[in-house]
Design a protein around this ligand. Structure first.
Ligand code: PMP
Length: 373
């Protein structure tokens, strides 16, 4: 056959996820930790990997790691599920709570994967956009109104979308790429206003020092999503987890891939989780550097940083696409949102080492001053 039947219709017009990675001296584009795991932890990892039976399937539920996470969070094992990065668990959320005739409430601008997963699963998407400058705050009353109504007026998109009652929503806290976390008070109001599943995406919560964990037992509709990719320097390994009521975890178990978390990742995860106190100084330094970079950006002519509770700073700059090119020419890769909806004219810099941050600030300052000449 020299032709192939069309793929599923919801794929039409969808672009594969593109992290827009290109090689650079200073990679400051993907919100990774600038520091790899330390030598002592790496040695323990190597020892642990040596013991892994590569010919055997892994424990499908990563129960040893699951128990460690449960214990650290004061929960039983059945409140925890480990996945192949937070990304897998986000996809599973759309599989389990989305689908034809179902509705996802999105708060753009936010992590683009949420809406893409909804489209892939033929879930209608209702948008309640965040406010713009100065901080992209959540439109709290509009979100509460959207989840409270029987049907949702306007803003629905996606296959078969008519905007029925909201079935699930995802609140990134802190929100990527804009920066601020949601308030505890808002999260509680939202959880009380609806029985829709509310995922608090806490991929970056270590940098905000705020979690909705205290709300978990009293709210069966709350899911906390966490990752090893950021504070714990393991983006290359692919480990994330959720904390949720066992009834909710049970639904995730039905849709997940049985062996998505391989045995090597499980072994690495156990070592790193046990050593997690060692990452604390690195986290503290990232928070300090974030505040330093934000202050430095404020005094560069033509630049306006947005406040951040995370390990990056979003900023607007005149001629943003050209600024991106200039930075890249100086060996610095930042994320270009200059043409992204609701984010026009902005770039996002992930906090790096102090040296990388200085190089970034100096290159951006040169660009902006030259523009003013
Ligand atoms: N949530 C948010 C808001 C993110 O930015 C990311 C990473 N880009 C993830 C979840 C998923 O991270 P991972 O799959 O590496 O755990």
């Amino acid at each position: 056959m020299d032709r192939v039947r069309a793929a599923a219709p919801q794929l039409a017009g969808l672009a594969p996820y593109d992290p827009k990675y290109v090689p650079a001296d200073a990679v400051m584009s993907a919100n990774e930790n600038p520091l790899d795991v330390g030598e002592d932890v790496r040695r323990d990892i190597e020892r642990a990997i040596r013991k892994v039976s590569l010919n055997r399937y892994p424990d499908p539920l990563a129960n040893e790691l699951r128990d460690m996470i449960a214990e650290a969070n004061g929960l039983e094992r059945d409140w925890v599920l480990v996945g192949n990065g937070g990304d897998e668990l986000l996809f599973d959320t759309a599989l389990a709570w989305g689908g034809p005739g179902r509705t996802f409430l999105n708060l753009p601008p936010t992590f683009s994967v949420y809406a893409a997963n909804a489209r892939l699963t033929n879930t209608a998407v209702v948008d309640v956009p965040r406010g713009g400058a100065p901080d992209f705050a959540i439109d709290e009353e509009a979100v509460l109104a959207a989840v409270g109504g029987e049907g949702v007026a306007g803003g629905a998109s996606g296959a078969g979308a008519v905007g029925g009652p909201v079935d699930f929503t995802i609140i990134a806290s802190p929100n990527n790429p804009t920066g601020l976390r949601a308030s505890q008070e808002f999260m509680q109001r939202l959880l009380s206003a609806t029985d829709a599943l509310v995922v608090a995406d806490e991929a970056y919560f270590e940098f905000s020092r705020m979690t909705s964990r205290p709300l978990l037992e009293a709210n069966r509709n709350l899911v906390l999503l966490r990752t090893f990719s950021k504070a714990f320097s393991l983006a290359g390994v692919r480990l994330g987890y959720i904390l949720a009521h066992p009834d909710v975890i049970e639904e995730y178990l039905k849709v997940r891939q049985p062996y998505s978390v391989d045995a090597v990742s499980q072994a690495i995860g156990r070592v790193v989780y046990e050593s997690r106190a060692k990452f604390e100084p690195g986290i503290r330094s990232i928070i300090e550097e974030r505040d330093r970079v934000t202050e430095a950006l404020k005094v560069i002519p033509g630049v306006r940083p947005y406040p951040s509770d995370s390990n990056w700073v979003l900023f607007s700059v005149e001629d943003a696409a050209e600024a991106w090119e200039h930075l890249y020419g100086r060996g610095i890769l930042v994320r270009d949102f200059s043409n992204a909806p609701l984010l026009e004219g902005t770039l996002r810099v992930t906090i790096g080492t102090p040296g990388q941050n200085d190089a970034f600030l100096s290159a951006l300052r040169d660009f902006c001053l030259r523009k003013r000449d």
